[in-house]
Design a protein. Structure first.
Length: 273
């Protein structure tokens, strides 16, 4: 089901599928994408302060008529706002733009060494006050998670990372599974490029699905939450048609074998922005 959920390590339930809105333009474009997705059954939206479309996301949610409490809303604190006090302030700004008084998930967008420890303290405080249902990180490698956990009182509930057939990161997946940190995939369909990969085209023919749907289904069967982005109604709809079939273990292994350790985005060990 489109709104089926995984239970995070603190008991919060998070949909397996969400709508990503990176590069969805502020204004009508993002408002319409969010409204359309919610109206066809999506119940999770992934934004961030840096995407500069939180107002539109908030408007889309309001105009959809879906009760706020039925929606899982994620935002992220941007690098220049990291630190204790600045994070508290950034969080309030996000709430104001999103026209809400709580978030379901708030993430540290990128690891920034010691600074991220202070950021985490702010997230813990907001969580304990009940202003965030779940807190987590994004783009953290194993060593960065380990460093954080040494100083954290609360374990992250989610790690949102670049994850797709050419960047599988089995060790990170294994580590997060062991630590009960839910992995969430960004750029899950490689910005649409999965449609050109022959192995995925063959699987698409076999299952009567598109390569994009094959990959999004693979995410879920690997236990990874997925948030494909689209502002195109037909794509938003077809990206959600992944709950009516199952990939075999052999076919999952075929997709695993496409791994090239190839990043589309920045390397979390070299964050210079
Ligand atoms: P995706 O892999 O989700 O690809 C999005 C692109 O693919 C868009 O150009 C979209 O076009 C196109 N597309 C969508 N559906 C289809 C389809 N069925 N067939 C062909 N093309 C399609 O990339 P993103 O980088 O956007 O990642 C997803 C989300 O992850 C982001 O939106 C954001 O929420 C999050 N993210 C988080 C990051 C982090 O650092 N934490 C970094 C990057 C992303 P169109 O919209 O025109 O339909």
């Amino acid at each position: 089901m489109i709104d089926s959920k995984v239970t995070l390590n603190n008991g919060t339930k998070m949909p397996w599928l969400g709508l990503g809105v990176f590069r969805s333009r502020e204004g009508d474009e993002v408002v319409n994408a969010v409204k359309y997705a919610l109206n066809i059954g999506y119940r999770s939206i992934d934004t961030a302060a840096i995407y500069q479309n939180e107002r539109g996301v908030g408007k889309g949610i309001k105009e959809s008529g879906i009760p706020r409490e039925d929606i899982f809303l994620t935002s992220k604190v941007w690098n220049s706002d990291q630190g204790y006090q600045t994070t508290l302030e950034a969080f309030e700004k996000s709430l104001e733009k999103l026209q809400t008084d709580y978030l379901d998930l708030y993430l540290i967008h990128w690891p920034k060494g010691e600074k991220s420890i202070e950021t985490w303290q702010a997230l813990e405080e907001l969580y304990l006050k009940g202003k965030i249902k779940a807190i987590g990180v994004s783009n953290f490698l194993i060593h960065q998670l380990t460093d954080l956990q040494k100083q954290a009182s609360i374990k992250p509930m989610v790690n949102q990372v670049e994850f797709h057939p050419e960047l599988v990161q089995p060790e990170l997946l294994e580590f997060c599974k062991k630590e009960q940190i839910q992995v969430e995939a960004w750029s899950p369909i490689m910005k649409g490029k999965v449609n050109d990969i022959p192995v995925l085209k063959a699987l698409a023919a076999k299952y009567q699905k598109s390569p994009v749907q094959i990959v999004l289904r693979w995410d879920i069967q690997k236990g990874v939450v997925t948030i494909p982005k689209s502002v195109t109604p037909e794509r938003i709809k077809s990206n959600a048609e992944i709950f009516d079939f199952e990939l075999s273990e052999d076919d999952i292994a075929k997709i695993d074998n496409l791994d090239k350790f190839k990043r589309i985005g920045p390397d979390p060990d070299n964050v210079d922005f």
